[in-house]
Design a protein. Structure first.
Length: 114
């Protein structure tokens, strides 16, 4: 499965309501990323555990793509996604994503009526 394509579907990559400038983040390799599904912790890891550090990802991408202010680089996610648990998001689920110092984003899963 191509995880990059799945993040591009409408409503599948929620962000905001604000993006935080890098100057307010501190060391990007010293952040804890946590995801809760209906209050249960499903993912919990530090960015220090990433396979490739943020600086290396930016270096690699910028060699072939002109990066602009505001561009978002999807770096993947910690262990514990839906495939790991064989548990996929369903209507009425509530996801809460947190990053050290940046707060928490709470997203209810709602099926859109066609």
């Amino acid at each position: 499965m191509d995880f990059t394509v799945s993040k591009g579907a409408p409503t599948f990559l929620p962000m905001g309501p604000y993006l935080v400038p890098a100057a307010f983040v501190g060391d990007p390799q010293k952040l804890r990323v946590t995801l809760k599904l209906n209050g249960d912790v499903m993912q919990d890891e530090e960015t220090a555990d990433m396979i490739f550090p943020i600086a290396r990802l930016i270096e690699y991408l910028s060699a072939g793509v002109e990066l602009q202010p505001g561009d978002v680089i999807c770096t993947g996610s910690p262990a514990g996604n839906g495939m790991h648990y064989n548990r996929f998001i369903q209507e009425s689920d509530v996801l809460e994503g947190s990053i050290t110092g940046l707060g928490t984003q709470r997203n209810p899963c709602v099926v859109e009526k066609c």
